[in-house]
Design a protein around this ligand. Structure first.
Ligand code: HEM
Length: 500
């Protein structure tokens, strides 16, 4: 980096980008932006040496972006197979990318290419369709609805742990995937997905494996080829479609309002577009796209977050004991409900800190929809813009000793001292996660249910290498690379004391 010059955050060519109000406490350092004198752009890693060393295919994308931030500063520019990529590593720049300049952007490349599977659901659609669909889906995620989902979550979590036995070793990633699927199925579609659980899980798995393809040149063409991965994705999609169209047909036959997302989507009327003098309804295809989107978006992310949280608890016994004490005092042997949520602040801190270290969405991406000037740099149409949660969440400026698991980073006072978007597991702006409230409720109540009855221990045959490190597989979401095995020890029921 010797050839690069640091410049202050002010632009080189007058296109002003003042610090965005409200995103930075007074004593927080402003972004450091450098210029590569050879390109006139921010510096970044060179594509060809990376290609020759094979790193383009091999590297862990999350760690790659973290090392970019450490080496090249708060704004990084590089290319991948001719695709221009701009990486934003400072909370203020993240705000500019996700919120202030959102009108310049479309969905990122992966989401654009995911239309093959997801159609035009919330994750993949562009404006104005996106805002309309979001308005229609929003009531299913209102505070009072989430409160109603609390008891369902408590019940499903308790039924899972009731199957566990003392001394058993559980592969928690698989367990959490099943749990999250049951919860999304029951809360949003009022359906028990027991029959389909395995095929849905396999379909999601195949879809998640699609990410490496999305970045390849000629990816559109590759999608048409009869490759085993593409065949698996299409098979999975056919199964999911069959399930969802069946649910839609059942509901159209009996349109009783069940207060879930599916009822809301089917009953929704768009007053702005009329058909035969009546407000237009969603077609089956539109309802299918939204259902599939929510199923995929709400299942894997929450399951990954819970898996990492359980693994961190198993490897930090003192933190686990403090959390278990809180959970046992609040639940006192009964199943959790939404009212318990506010009584479990330490568990919320644990869930937050887990998602800091292992953000289930490790990078948020957009595509420049037009040419524009950003802080003096020319951003050309088609440039991919990325805000990597994984890198920003592990920046020592906001999180000293950033790799250490410390839930006390999320007390109210500690949070207030940091810039707002130094933490953004659910992104920000008009496309911020619609399921965030449900995810917090699910995370905290599930952890409380588990810790009330079970002590978690790292299993002897722990497959992830060192006790403190877990191998990662960043696909569309950040997942553990292999099975995550945790040994269970039943806690003494409350009110009884051990007799030795
Ligand atoms: C810990 C769990 C979760 C995490 C970390 C997470 C994260 C995110 C992030 C970062 C985005 C924004 C993506 C972008 O801007 O490109 C997003 C969008 C979305 N999430 Fe989540 N999510 C979680 C759980 C859920 C749940 C439980 C649901 C629903 C049941 C859900 C449904 C969605 C949907 C539909 C979108 C698209 C929103 C839009 O574009 O309007 N997510 N999520």
């Amino acid at each position: 980096m010797a050839s690069s010059q640091p410049i202050p955050s002010a632009p080189r060519t007058g296109a002003a980008a003042a610090p965005t109000k409200g995103t930075r406490p007074a004593d927080v350092s402003p972004p450091t932006i450098w210029i590569d004198p050879k390109t006139g752009m921010p510096p970044g890693p060179n594509f060809w040496p990376r290609l020759l060393r094979g790193e383009v295919f091999r590297s862990n994308g999350a760690e790659f972006m973290r090392s970019n931030a450490a080496e090249f500063g708060d704004l990084v520019y590089f290319q991948n197979f001719g695709i221009r990529i701009l990486q934003f590593n400072h909370p203020e720049l993240v705000h500019e990318m996700l919120v202030r300049d959102a009108h310049h952007h479309h969905r990122g490349l992966v989401m654009q290419r995911s239309r093959m599977v997801l159609g035009e659901g919330l994750l993949t659609s562009e404006e104005p369709l996106h805002m309309r669909q979001r308005r229609l889906a929003q009531p299913a995620f209102h505070r009072e609805r989430i409160a109603a989902y609390g008891a369902v979550i408590g019940d499903i979590a308790q039924r899972m742990t009731a199957q566990w036995t003392d001394g058993a070793v559980v592969e928690v990633h698989g367990e959490m995937l099943l749990l999250a699927l049951r919860i999304v199925g029951k809360t949003l579609f009022d359906t028990n997905v027991e029959q389909e659980v395995e095929s849905i899980a396999a379909a999601v798995d195949a879809f998640m494996g699609f990410l490496p393809l999305a970045f390849l040149p000629l990816s559109g063409l590759i999608q048409q080829l009869p490759l085993p991965l593409m065949r698996r994705i299409r098979r999975g999609q056919a199964r999911l479609d069959a399930l969802i169209y069946r649910m839609i047909a059942e509901r159209r036959a009996d349109p009783t309002d069940r207060g879930d997302l599916l009822s809301m989507l089917l009953a929704a009327r768009d007053e702005e577009s009329m058909e035969n003098g009546r407000a237009a309804q969603m077609t089956d295809q539109q309802v299918r796209d939204e259902c599939l989107t929510v199923l995929l978006a709400g299942h894997e992310t929450t399951a990954n977050a819970l898996t990492f949280a359980l693994w961190l608890l198993a490897s930090h016994p003192e933190i686990q004991e403090r959390a278990a004490t809180e959970a046992r005092q609040v639940l006192a042997g009964r199943s959790a409900t939404a009212d318990d949520y506010v009584q479990l602040p330490y568990l919320a801190q644990i869930f937050a800190e887990s998602m800091r270290l292992y953000p289930p969405v490790w990078v948020t991406a957009r595509t420049a929809a037009e040419d524009y000037v950003y802080r003096g740099f020319a951003v050309r149409r088609g440039t991919i813009l990325v805000a990597p949660q994984y890198a920003v969440h592990r920046d020592a400026r906001w999180y000293p000793d950033p790799d250490r698991f410390d839930p006390d980073r999320f007390t109210a006072a500690a949070k207030a001292a940091r810039p707002r978007l130094s933490y953004f597991p659910f992104a920000a702006g008009s496309r911020q996660c619609i399921g965030e409230g449900l995810a917090w409720m699910e995370g905290v109540l599930t952890l409380a249910t588990i810790l009330s009855d079970w002590e978690l221990l790292q299993a002897q045959d722990f497959a992830q290498g060192s006790a403190r490190l877990i191998a990662l597989r960043p696909a569309i979401s950040l997942r553990p690379a292999g099975p995550v095995r945790i040994a269970l020890r039943r806690r003494t029921p409350l009110g009884t004391s051990a007799s030795f």
